[in-house]
Design a protein around this ligand. Structure first.
Ligand code: FMN
Ligand code: MN
Length: 455
């Protein structure tokens, strides 16, 4: 199993040549790459796309690397059906990272006076995006109080040669670390690594409690410690075999306009006054590959946002409701949960566990185990026939949600809603669903009565 991005790409291309598309024609990072991806998605194709020539940059670009569960699961040699179990196993058995003295990412370096973000093929995807963005940058930052490192993905807006606006969701961990440094009037040193093996992204995107180590989860997914090198700035660390790494500081008490940017919510939102990163140096491998994740509601962003989230929600709700069956995130801020209800109030326990495990969640629908939660038609049918609004809706006003929800109030304060669409009092005492008896269905041969080919 490869442990770096280029090793994974080579493996995947060899084993799945039809899911790996090399584009030799020059592509413009301004809208063209996004148009190619959009058209492929419309044709229901999700290949890894490797752009060999991107206008204005010497770096080739790879995108859609994390676009399907199959790709992600194969990167850690796991059957897609076992993916969630494996992920939870890594969360529960983290392996601490190992600091190594050198790594391939140190092959090339550009220092403070020369570093220029314009060398990178930053992309503009949608009408309304404020500037070119870096979207696949993994930020590692040290908590000044505990010395632990936090990993997250944070969009970076191009602002100038060595400056980028950074979006750190209020209430998420990087924002907390930055606030702790800002309280002391100090800049926060960070590394931003671009082009990592999928296990790094999967771990970084874990939605866990403050202080839970994403680096440990990455180790658990890789099956051995995540190897990191120390950077030039005091306190920076980054993956030894990343393709490209930027080191920089987020200055305290500086706010400038950032956004709008078309997000996974489907809207160009989030314009606001936000902190700025000053880039101090860039490290890269020889012939480095720049990785991109198309902004907005494209498969890759959605799958990377939901897979780690579903694993965390499954684990958290299971602790509160042991008869949890399954969880599914079908749309932004939305969760569907199925349970085998043993006693009254369990749907509400599931909702409360879910809301406290994931700040972005705004609506939770709980159904019985007979409902296929990936089929929204069935879920809505359960809401229509098993819930009554005055009795079964839980409303939590004034709660922290996402500022990317355009219907939210001041900077992401939302009203959360839980719908208990389980049958009352229990499924066993509820009217039966219409079903033809099983033995008749098994016995009857349709071909004996109708010619299917003629219909
Ligand atoms: C492609 C991609 C881009 C993201 N961009 C941002 C971002 O700009 N700001 C942000 O706060 N979270 C962003 N996220 C989500 C966070 O990285 C994610 O919630 C992460 O788990 C937060 O880390 P934390 O749990 O340590 O706070 C992004 C996620 C993905 C998949
Ligand atoms: Mn964290």
């Amino acid at each position: 199993m490869a442990k770096d991005l280029r090793g994974f790409l080579a493996e995947y291309e060899r084993e799945n040549p039809r899911e790996f598309c090399r584009v030799k024609e020059e592509v413009d990072p301004r809208y063209e790459a996004a148009a190619i991806l959009t058209k492929l998605e419309e044709a229901r194709k999700l290949p890894i796309l490797f752009y060999e020539k991107v206008k204005g940059s010497a770096f080739p670009v790879v995108t859609n690397v994390y676009s399907t569960k199959k790709k992600i699961a194969s990167s850690i040699s796991i059957d897609p059906k076992r993916f969630r179990d494996k992920y939870i196993e890594a969360v529960e058995n983290p392996i601490p990272p190992k600091i190594v003295s050198d790594g391939p990412v140190m092959e090339e370096r550009v220092g403070e006076g020369d570093v220029d973000l314009r060398a990178l093929p930053m992309m503009t995807y949608h009408e309304g995006d404020a500037a070119p963005y870096i979207t696949a940058g993994m930020v590692l930052a040290e908590d000044p109080e505990t010395g632990e490192y936090n990993a997250s993905f944070n969009r970076l807006m191009y602002k100038g040669r060595n400056r980028a606006g950074i979006f750190m969701t209020v209430g998420k961990h990087l924002h907390e670390i930055y606030s702790r440094m800002e309280d002391q009037g100090k800049p926060l040193p960070i590394s931003i690594s671009i082009g990592n093996h999928p296990a790094w992204a999967l771990g970084a995107l874990y939605i866990g409690a403050y202080g839970e180590s994403e680096l440990g989860i990455i180790g658990g997914l890789l099956g051995g410690p995540a190897e990191v090198v120390k950077g030039e700035l005091k306190g920076t660390l980054f993956p030894a075999d990343a393709e490209i790494v930027l080191e920089g500081v987020i200055e305290p008490h500086v706010r400038e306009e950032e956004g709008p940017f078309c997000e996974f919510s489907g809207y160009a939102t989030g314009k606001g006054l936000r902190p700025v990163v000053t880039i101090k140096s860039m490290h890269s491998r020889k012939k480095a590959i720049y990785q991109d994740i198309c902004g907005g509601q494209h498969r890759e962003h959605l799958i990377m946002a939901t897979l780690p989230m579903e694993a965390n929600l499954y684990r958290s709700i299971k602790g509160a409701v042991p008869t949890l069956v399954d969880v599914h995130v079908p749309a932004p801020f939305t969760l569907i949960v199925s349970i085998k209800k043993r006693f009254q109030g369990q749907a509400q326990s599931a909702m409360l566990a879910a809301f406290s495990a994931e700040m972005y969640l705004k609506q939770v629908i709980v159904v019985d185990a007979d409902i296929d939660i990936t089929n929204l038609q069935e879920v809505i049918w359960a809401v229509a026939t098993r819930a009554q609004a005055d009795r079964d809706i839980m409303v939590i006003p004034g709660a922290r949600g996402s500022s990317l929800d355009p219907s939210s109030g001041a900077e992401g304060v939302v009203t959360k809603m839980g719908i208990d669409a389980t049958a009352k009092p229990f499924l066993s005492s509820f009217p039966r669903r219409g079903r033809v008896p099983r033995e008749i269905m098994d016995r009857l041969k349709l071909e004996a009565y109708v010619n299917l080919a003629e219909l």
